[in-house]
Design a protein around this ligand. Sequence first.
Ligand SMILES: [Zn+2]
Ligand SMILES: [Zn+2]
Length: 887
Amino acid sequence: MSNNPDTKAIPKVYDPKKVEDHWYEKWLEKGYFDANVNSEKKPYSIVIPPPNVTAALHMGHALNNTIQDVLIRFRRKQGWEALWLPGTDHAGIATQNVVEKQLRSESLSRYDLGREAFVKRVWEWREKYGNTIILQLKKMGCSCDWRRERFTMEEKYSYAVMEVFIRLYNKGLIYKGKYIINWCPRCSTALSDEEVEHKQVEGNLWYIKYLIKDSNDHLVVATTRPETMLGDTAVAVHPDDKRFKNLIGKTAILPLLNREIPIIGDPQVDPEFGTGAVKVTPAHDPNDFAIGQRHNLAQINIMNEDASLNANAGWFVNLDRFEARKKVIEELKNQNLLLKIEKHTHNVGHCHRCGTMVEPYLSEQWFVRMKDLAKPALEVVKNGKTELHPEERWLKTYINWLENVRDWCISRQLWWGHRIPVYYCENCEHMMVAHQAPQKCGECGSKKIYQDADVLDTWFSSWLWPFATLGWPEETEDLKYFYPTSALITAADIIFFWVSRMVMAGLEFMNEVPFKDVYLNGIVRDETGLKMSKSYGNGIDPLEIIDEYSADAMRFTLMMIGSDGQDINLSKSHFEIGRNFSNKIWNAYRFLAMNLEEPNDNYMDYLEHFDIADRWILSRLNRTIADATKGLEDFRINETSKLIYHFFWDDFCDWYLEIIKTKLYSDEHPQIRQAAQVLATHILKSSMSLLHPYIPFITEEIWQQLKTGDEESLVISEWQQANPQFIDEAIEQKMDFLQRIISSIRSIRSEMNVPPAKKAQLIFRTTDKAAEDMLHEHAHYLQQLGNIESIREFESENDLKSTATAVVDNVELFLPLAGLIDLEIEKQRMKKEIDRITSQIQGLEKKLSNENFLAKAPEKVVQQEKEKLSNFKQKLNKLHINFDRLN
Ligand SMILES: [Zn+2]
Ligand SMILES: [Zn+2]
């Protein structure tokens, strides 16, 4: 036994609380996460998808950041200059909403404070609370270079945002225009198409009668939003629709307001929808806007920014949009102009921040022309300069979106954000685009200059993230060295918002893709498959999990239950997987440490003493190193975690440590004992190194106890290379054969209720000489691990009496049962068990043939009962076989 005094101090149970914070502080102290320009090393860089300053860590972040940390830790150990650059996003609408909510609780609005004071208030909020998620990422073990933390609203970053605006404007890629945009009346701002969530809504289709001027004729139009008729400037029909041919060119009278509007023919009109005639409201519907452009129709905006009606709506002025709808309907009824109401389900856009029904709204906004930017961004993904993982899932989506990209509305009517760098002359309305407010107007010389009131869409700053965080527009050494970044790891739901736009910006401003690989991780859902969200109340708080299970357990569980790029269905009990693994690791370490004189992993000194088991575990280790390295390089992050897990748990703990127990406990052959000690230490240490990217804390804790010489920390210790000399296919096959024999013996023993204290006899029959030699040569392992007393070859039919049998490859195994168990008692026990199972089966069969039950029970319950029945039948079958063995 050990004479190392320290090992007595190894706690029986692993306590992550004592370990995790301790090591994280040490790592920071030593500056292990810091990355610097280093001409001796190749750069590997990842920029974090900047979480919103309002964010608190949720399971989606936990998953995403675990993957990033795995890659960064792996590459750092592999010898790259690995930079993980952290930071946060100012998150325009989200943050403004949080602070406005705070103000509301003080009975104030942002207008009470005024723009300057409100923005100051948001900064104060950010100072106080904006750091939450950064602290939580540290708790998770993220190995970011925290010296480099960036924020999209800080001064230097803001300068880069302005620079981008100015350059695109000067190139003619940014323009101001009247356009139908998505408007949130609650947030009082424009939303980009991607910020609108479409939901199915039960509504109505209203049929309204429009009279024709100077005739007794009329038209009927159908609409889902009757109040918008107040802004109609035409009625349109399909030009080939015979029903209406003679009406094109005539004039209709707009009900309620009695305005005269033209009847036009436009191919966009669907003759199958409603009556085939539609009202045209260019200021309140994107399709009507397009028709209006073709026919030069007036655009009458009938709404205020809060979706109440304005003076253009005549006597409906000041009514809210839903109030107005009621009033319009009521009035149409009074005038007998409402012919029909039909139930109608349709898609309606809602603000993704506040859930308010979005209003299509005509307004003056700033846009980025996307077509020219999209082309090269499409090209680099098609030609593989940037690769998506998993590609088969996302390539089509990405291409499809970029091929159909629309201009990007980048102005927002908010106060929190980068204010648009456009200035106007109060005197002559001359427009100037610049970093600073011009002293005077370039046209008329007036000194009365004012700035555009709008701010930029949050994504207009985050699309620069990969290069602006490295110093752009300055040509810094960092930028030259770390750009393009190596990989982007992000949730797939922002592939349009963010990923594709970053590719565009990178190509436009750096002439180079922003990242070589994009790994799109899945969504974390609850156990029923519902997306986790605050509003459903089905989230699991990562901090609670870290507190209850540990950061390692959380990280490892997320890796083990997912498969790369797929969504995860997660329940709290899953975290047992991670905790159990930590405990398994700890127990293996503890067992070994108690049987070591001193840490020594120099296994090369003992090669001559290795037997089949030693050579097998060494081969398995080296194969695992090779596969894990390849797996991580190919972005098979989840798959690789499982690979290492099974090596450690199955091969190392369940087999190898069991195998060497007798060697460790025996003083007979000190060389052989030492060989086992040293090799087991090597395997354990190597496993810690392989697992370190996934579970950094426990692996460092154990590795520190086993380190030798001038080794410092697992964080910076070298990633191992597989040694092909030790990968031995033949040894693995032989060992596999022995393992299957031992497993067969073990399962017979357990099925036949053989008490552990009774050693069995093994008889085998084979014509395979090699197998026969193997069994003789390694009889001691079969004896030790199969609880076997003696092994011999088959002699006569007599050997088959009261014998359990099994077949492994071309070897028959016989285990005589007499003497191991009382055959009569066992027979009776089995008989009872057979009777019990049989009656269970009868009961279930009866239930499943009952039509009443089948009709009433939920599908899931029926399925469960069927599975139960099939399990019972299998069990019964097995019992019969075993029962026959006893005769
Ligand atoms: Zn909103
Ligand atoms: Zn002027």
